[in-house]
Design a protein around this ligand. Structure first.
Ligand code: G6P
Length: 613
């Protein structure tokens, strides 16, 4: 995800910005840029050299002026437009006087851009962000100061933003605002800072303040004042930060795993942003595949590995139910060597967090060789899988550091379900009202994920009682089955305990023989249609002495009769349950792993990205 930094009143603006950007590199990025501002002039440099971009920017800045007291800087994680220097921030207005940096997504950028072009503005990038520079340019021309111009511009913007704007006619001022994407302000003697993350300004600022959603701040060397986007004054909450750099990079969490688990509402929210036009059409700006091509799809094959394979398995249920297309899900390493059948109209979807997993890339290459059209679902912009595919949909979970995948999974499910809705729309297999309903259900998922996260203490309490256990079976039906597989995988990866996921209906075809006292059975029991069947499965294992943990809906009043422990989750539509139900299972694996003293971020023997077959 993009990182932003800004400073007013510095004696070393360039150093502050470059060092700050280096400290934002850990978030992942593909290009970087800065703008230095003094009265009447803006000096800008940008570089797009992938993960070397800040180093390249440093070289570009060898000739930068040393005496500019203010500036802004940005590391970009491309969403709209390729990771090229022209799309790197800061973006300027037509006059070159207004400079902006932005983290987030402007959902109505297409309409705003059309309107601005109509009024004579010239755009130099294909980003969504640049519209804000031009909107502010117009409002400045009407005589508004920078704060008011930015405020009025942002009232026209839909979507997510942590945004900072400068104008060389007011060089001692930065205006910054936030909606959804994080933003902090820092103060020190004679200088004021802003950043998307504390690490960027940790060793410069002395006091830190959090900007809330829909608040806008005016920074000057003497300090800052804040108002709401409605114009009413607000007070920023001071943050008590006694972190070292390592803790700051983890956002104050003990490890990346817990940070990433906690970021799941945002991962889903960001993946859903700007995907639906006002007329209800689901759109993917980056897809590079026409509606006609998608309409011609006769069969879908999903290929993936590990956690991504589980997200793909959820997608099978969604695409079959909503788009009425037949779907196969393959383990990528099996697909390639199986002499797969690719008929006309076969769409192969390669799902990967990293976009670099060799088995998945080889499987999609094989599919292309046999004539299939390939869509990549990737969390990394311009990753090999995305580059080689005919089309791509990006999940926007942000950089995932912890080896075991968490937030990428929920983002993948959200992206794949969106794709399922688009296919349904094009094929006419759902009515517009049904598509609207499912889209609304998807947009409610982040809130429900947050509720599930808030119940971590309940999960910890259960985990604390089971630290002696060695054998786990995870059961589920329908989309609860891939959820159970993913829950088992998390437990295996993080704790090194034996854990197996099973379709609950398969229980009596083998695994039941292994059930005895001491075995833990974890059941995903949230689907009301499948509920009675799951209850009978649980009665069967309980009768044989297993300890039962059930993930169950808040409203479920009968589950207590068969479960020893119940992990409650809010009720959502069945197709949305994997994104919510996985939360207690991740938290459980995490709590057991911590209880056993495991390294949760770097489990033994495992790699984050597997680039060998
Ligand atoms: C490795 C990681 C897993 C991940 C899998 C697939 O095994 O440890 O967390 O799910 O690779 O990775 P991908 O990047 O293709 O999603």
């Amino acid at each position: 995800m993009c990182g932003i930094i800004g400073v007013v009143g510095s004696s070393n603006t360039l150093g502050t910005l470059l060092e700050g950007l280096e400290r934002l590199e850990y978030r992942g990025y593909d290009s970087a840029g800065i703008a230095l501002v003094r009265h009447g002039h803006t000096w800008r440099a940008r570089a797009a050299s992938g993960t070397e971009s800040v180093a390249a920017l440093r070289s570009e800045c060898a000739s930068a002026p040393a005496d500019y007291p203010s500036g802004i800087g940005h590391t970009r994680w491309a969403t709209h437009g390729a990771p090229e220097a022209v799309n790197a921030h800061p973006h300027l207005d037509c006059s070159g006087q207004v400079a902006i940096i932005h983290n987030g997504i402007i959902e109505n950028h297409v309409e705003l851009r059309a309107e601005l072009v109509e009024r004579g503005h010239t755009f130099t990038s294909v980003t969504d962000s640049e519209v804000v520079a031009h909107l502010i340019e117009e409002l400045r021309a009407q005589g508004l100061d920078l704060l008011e111009a930015a405020r009025q511009a942002l009232l026209r913007v839909r979507g997510a933003f942590a945004l900072a704007v400068m104008d060389c006619r007011e060089p001692d001022v930065i205006v910054a605002a936030r909606r959804i994407s994080p933003l902090v302000v820092g103060t020190a003697d004679g200088a004021t800072y802003l950043a998307s993350d504390v690490p960027a300004i940790l060793d410069r600022a002395q006091s830190f303040y959090a900007v809330n959603d829909d608040e806008i701040v005016r920074l000057t060397p003497a300090g800052f004042m804040a108002i709401g986007l409605d114009g009413a004054p607000v007070r920023l909450r001071q943050l008590h930060i006694d972190w070292d750099l390592e803790t700051a990079e983890k956002g104050g969490f003990d490890d990346f795993m817990s940070k990433e688990i906690s970021e799941q509402p945002d991962a889903v929210r960001a993946t859903l942003l700007d995907r639906r036009r006002a007329d209800g059409t689901i759109v993917f700006d980056e897809l590079r595949m026409s509606d006609d091509e998608l309409r011609e799809v006769k069969r879908v094959v999903l290929v993936a590995c590990g956690t991504s394979h589980h997200a793909a398995q959820v997608a099978k249920y969604a695409i079959e139910r909503w788009a009425r297309l037949s779907v196969d899900v393959d383990i990528a390493s099996e697909y390639r060597y199986r002499d797969p059948i690719v008929e006309i109209g076969t769409l192969v979807i390669g799902v990967s967090q990293s976009g670099e997993t060799i088995d998945t890339i080889q499987a999609t290459r094989e599919a292309q060789r046999r004539g299939a059209r390939v869509v990549a679902i990737s969390n990394v912009v311009d990753a090999s899988l995305a580059r080689e595919a005919d089309a791509v949909v990006y999940t926007r979970a942000g950089l995932e550091v912890s080896v075991a995948s968490t937030k990428a999974f929920v983002a993948q499910v959200a992206a794949l379900e969106l794709l399922a809705l688009r296919l349904a729309q094009l094929r006419g297999t759902l009515t517009p009202a049904q598509v609207d309903l499912h889209f609304a259900q998807l947009t409610s998922v982040p809130g429900h994920v947050a509720t599930a996260l808030a119940r971590e203490a309940d999960v910890k309490a259960v985990a604390a009682q089971l630290l002696d256990a060695h054998d786990y079976f995870f059961l589920g039906r329908h989309v609860g089955f891939p959820t159970a597989l993913e829950g088992a995988l998390k437990l295996k990866e993080l704790t090194y305990l034996h854990a197996e996921g099973y379709a609950a209906g398969e229980l009596k075809h083998g695994p039941l023989a292994l059930i005895e006292p001491g075995v833990i059975v974890v059941a995903v029991a949230t689907d009301p249609v499948m509920h009675e069947k799951i209850l009978s499965n649980l009665a069967e294992v309980k009768a044989r002495g297993a300890t039962v943990i059930a993930v169950a809906r808040d409203e479920d009043t009968v589950i207590d009769a068969v479960a020893d422990f119940v992990l409650r989750v809010p009720s959502v539509d069945a197709m949305m349950t994997p994104m919510v139900d996985i939360v207690p299972l991740q938290l459980f694996a995490y709590a057991v792993a911590r209880g056993l003293g495991r390294n949760v971020d770097r489990p033994r023997n495992l790699a984050k990205t597997v680039t060998v077959e």
